[in-house]
Design a protein around this ligand. Sequence first.
Ligand code: COA
Ligand code: AMP
Length: 631
Amino acid sequence: MKYKEVYGQWQADPEAFWMRTAEAIDWIEPPTKALFADDPANCHWFADARVNGCWNAVDRHVEAGFGDQAAIVHASPITESEKTITFRELRDQVALFAGALSRRGLKKGDRAIIYMPMIPEALVAMLACARIGAIHSVVFGGFASHELAARINDASPKCIIAASCGIEPGRIVEYKPLADEAIDLAARKPDFCVVLQRQQAIAELVEGRDEDWEEFQKGAEPSSCVPVEGSHPAYILYTSGTTGQPKGVVRSTAGHLVALHWTMKNIYDVEPGEVFWAASDVGWVVGHSYICYAPLLHRNTTVVFEGKPVGTPDAAAFWRVIEKHGVRALFTAPTAFRAIKREDPAGSLIEDFDLSSLKTLFLAGERADPDTISWAESHLRVPVIDHWWQTETGWSIAANPVGIEKLPVKPGSPSLPMPGYDIRVLDDEGAECRRGELGAIVVRLPLPPGNFPTLWNSEDRFRKSYLERFPGYYETGDAGYVDEDGYLFVMSRTDDVINIAGHRLSTGAMEEVIANHQDVAECAVVGVEDDLKGQIPLAFICLNSGCEKEHSAISAECVRLVRQTIGPVAAFKLAAVVERLPKTRSGKILRGVMARIADGRSYKIPATIDDPAILSEIEVALNSLGYPKTN
Ligand code: COA
Ligand code: AMP
C-alpha cells in the first residue's frame, strides 16, 4: 500500500483505522472504540481498555519465545564499557525493581521522578513504573537543581530514582547532590529516594530517606503487571514553554502504545528483531518514545548510547556502534551530524567501518538544514529522512514514512502529514494561507492517539497555550508553509522557545533567572544562529541606576546564575550590558529585531518603536560580542 492510500484510509474512517492499528497491542480488556471525546479538545483514546505498557514492551516478547533476544545494548564509549540485556533479563530486572517500589509504597497513580544518565537502569526504572501503573517523570541530567525542584513541586512525586552521577567529557556530574539540593528547595518532599551508585562517584545517602539501588531490591517479590485504564497517564514529561514554569506534558497509556508501535514499521521501516538506535537522551521525548518504549514494544533491540558524537573518543563514535551492533536505523538530531562534519569534514573516518546494516538515517529535534542532509547522504549513502514532532505529540506529525513508501525527499522539509494529523497553515486572522505562504502551523482537532490530552495540574494552561488562539485546532507553536506538492516546511517558532542542539529551552525562563540578579533592572534573551547548535541564547542586560560594577563581571555572574539555576544544557554564555532595550511605545521588547541584528539579517524598524536610536546601541553591544558573525 502507498502513503496516499494509508493516509486516505485514516481520513475516510479514523475510528476504523485506529481500531485496526490497536490490534498490535496485547489488551487485558480490549477497547470497545477508539475515540472517546465529549468535545474535540477533550479526547481520550481507547479509554475503556485495560492494558499494561510494560507487558507490551517486555513480558509478551519473553512469553512469545524471544527471551534471549537482546532488548538493550548499552554502548558507553564514555566509560569504555558495553553491556547487553536480553528481554528475559530485562523482564526479571524490571519485575524485581517494580516489586521493591511497591513494597516501599509506590502504587498506581503515584508519581516517581527519574534523574539518571544514559544507563539501562533508567529504562528499568521507567518500565518498572509502567509495570505498577506509577507515573514516571524523567528529568534530563543537564538540568540543575532549581529545574528539578520545579518539577518536584509540580509532580509531587512519592519517590525520586537517581544515579549517583553522569559522565560528561572531562568531568563527572554528581547528580545526587543536585537531587538533594532540589529536594531542599522543593516545597513538597518525596517519601523516599533510590540511588544507583556508580563507581565514578559514590553518593552520600540520607538515612531513612535514601535507599541504595541494590539493597533496596534485596528480598523483594517480583511484581506482576498491573492493569491500567487506557487513559491512565503513563508519564509526565516537562518541556519548556514561554515562562520559567515548565509544562508537564501528560502521555496517556493506550494511545501511546498503539501509535508508537505503528511508527516502527511504517515510519522507521524496521522489522521486529532488528537493531534500532535513537542517539538522544531518556530525558527528552525522543528518548521516551524511541529509546525506551517504541523499539521495545515492537521487539527491536534498542541502543542506549552514553557518549557524544564527537570526543568519545572521536568523530567515529557513531560508526563504531553501527558496525558492531548492526544498527538498521539511526535517529538523531542534525546538530550531532554538524558536530561530526566539523571534526571530519571529508567523512574519511566513515570509510573505516562496515555500515552496510544501516538502511536509513532519521533526523528530528530541530530544522534539518539542507547542507547537513546532503553531507550525511553522500557519506552514509542511505536516505536521510527529516521528520517533525514535539514533546506534546510524542511521535511524528509530518514524516516520510519509508516503511510504507519512500516519498521523494525535499531537503528542508519533513515531508507529509502522518495519519491522524490534518495539518493546516493559518494567518493571524485564522484564515488558511495559500500554498507557499508562511503562517502558524496547526493541527485540526482531535489530535491522534499518543498525543497529550492535557498538561499536568494545568488544564487552563493547556487550553490557553494550545487551543485558544485558533479554535478547533492545536497550535503547534511552529511557523512554516506548505508547498505546491503538499510538503510541509517548518521554519521557526512563533513563541519564546529556542532550540539549542536539538534541546528545547525557554528564553523566558532565562530572563527570569537573570532578572533575579541584584544589579539587573531588566533584560531580554534571544536565540541567535550558531553553526553547531543551531541556536544559542544571548542576553541584553540593563543595570539598575547607580550600579558601578564592571559590566564584564555582571555578565559573567549572569552566565553563572543561569548555569546554576537552569543547568549547563542552556548553553548560555553570551551577555551584553546595554543602556536600554528597544521597545514599542506600548512597552513590548523587540526581541525579534534584536535577534535579526545579531544574525546579520535585514530587518524592518517597526512603526511602533519608541526610540529607533536604541537599535544602534544594540548593534554596538553585539559587535563587542563578535556579532553578527562575518563568515
Ligand atoms: N548531564 C549533565 N550535563 C550535561 C548533560 C547531562 N546529561 N548533557 C549535556 N550536559 C552539559 C554538557 O556537559 C555541556 O556542559 P559544558 O557547558 O560544561 O560543556 C552542556 O550541558 C551543553 O551540552 P551539549 O548540548 O551536549 O553540548 P556539547 O557542546 O557538549 O556537545 C553536541 C554538542 C552537538 C555534540 C551535543 O549537543 C550532541 O550530541 N547533541 C546530540 C543531539 C541530541 O541528543 N538531541 C536531543 C534531542 S533529539
Ligand atoms: P521538543 O518538544 O523538545 O521535541 O521540540 C519540539 C520543537 O523542535 C518543535 O516544535 C520544532 O520547533 C522543533 N523541531 C523538531 N523537529 C523538527 C524538524 N524536523 N524540523 C524543524 N523543527 C523541528
